[in-house]
Write a protein that binds this ligand. Structure first.
Ligand code: NDP
Length: 288
């Protein structure tokens, strides 16, 4: 485990990361394009470097947290002759393709690469409410796991450097897929004169039913055998008609409910009316 760490990029996230390393006793070297941003970190005990190359040379472990992939490319190009032999952990947001390209560049320059995607806000760095999804070099992860755990919860998602970004996209997508549905339901609750806050509290009480449901659906998808979760599709499809009618009667959009109904109808027409909701996955796979 490294007792020395370098942080490249002192925006709100990089500054919180640098500060956390200092507070946990790491000899922390920092660099930022706009030099003034390093002053608060120097005040708490970090060492500021004038160039990114100098900062990289100072530590075996280098954490990068810049605005985007273009910024990372620019900064990496300026450290190409000092990066060899180090471990670079890039916590900048970006795509799986960007992560894989960065890994190739870093490997070609004789260093090891770990890609990371951050789930959490700067004030939570160093707490359990801050999660970093990681993927890339297993040996580098094993060597620096304790330093990375200083930042918060850490999950290692495999040697493919793109996997952390894939997991990030999936996690974020789940949030949006659920929350847009939630907003439409609030519209419906309000259209019927209900109290949206009270409804949210009641629904929060129903959430405990979801973890086993999610696991069951994933098992069905993995095995290709679809038990009648939520009831057989032919029964569910009848309820969908009522849900669509109700939404129409109060002026709430029906797009997603119609999509679900359409998938159910196709599955039933294919002779699978006794299977469960999970079996709709078969139709999604065909479209992909
Ligand atoms: P900020 O805008 O606060 O900081 C951006 C940093 O990138 C600054 O240090 C900036 O330097 C640097 N930078 C931008 N372009 C270049 C460049 N061409 N060359 C060198 N340095 C450059 O962003 P955050 O710190 O909030 O975010 C950093 C990363 O963390 C992003 O990828 C973001 O998506 C991710 N993240 C942030 C979260 C948050 O809540 N803040 C949450 C989850 C992820 P300069 O000071 O010179 O402009």
């Amino acid at each position: 485990a490294a007792s020395r760490v370098t942080v490249l990029g002192l925006g709100s996230m990089g500054s919180a990361i640098g500060r956390t390393f200092v507070e946990r006793g790491y000899r922390t070297t920092v660099w930022n394009r706009t030099a003034g941003k390093s002053a608060p970190l120097v005040d708490v005990g970090a060492t500021a470097s004038a160039t990114a190359a100098e900062a990289v040379a100072a530590s075996p472990l280098v954490v990068v947290c810049l605005l985007d992939g273009a910024a990372v490319d620019e900064v990496l190009a300026s450290v190409d002759d000092v990066v060899a032999g180090r471990v670079l952990v890039n916590l900048t947001s970006g795509s799986p393709a960007q992560a894989r390209a960065d890994e190739r560049w870093v490997s070609e320059h004789g260093a090891e690469y770990i890609d990371g995607k951050i789930m959490g806000d700067p004030p939570y760095v160093g707490t359990p409410n801050f999660t970093v999804l990681l993927s890339g070099s297993r040996s580098a992860f094993d060597a620096h796991e304790s330093a990375l755990r200083v930042l918060g919860g850490v999950g290692y998602h495999g040697e493919d450097p793109g996997f952390a970004a894939v997991e990030f996209m999936a996690q974020v997508a789940m949030g949006y897929e659920m929350l847009i549905g939630f907003l439409h339901v609030l519209k419906l609750v309000r259209a019927e004169g209900g109290d949206v806050t009270e409804f949210a509290q009641r629904f929060a009480g129903s959430l405990a039913a979801y973890p086993p449901l999610l696991t069951g659906i994933a098992k069905a998808v993995a095995s290709g055998e679809y038990p009648p979760d939520l009831g057989p599709l032919r029964v569910q499809a009848a309820l969908m008609d009522d849900m669509i009618d109700h939404r129409e009667s109060v002026g709430v959009e029906t797009m997603r409910m119609r999509q679900v109904k359409e998938l159910m109808d196709r599955r039933i027409a294919d002779g699978h009316g006794e299977q469960g909701f999970s079996s709709l996955f078969e139709l999604l796979a065909k479209e992909g």
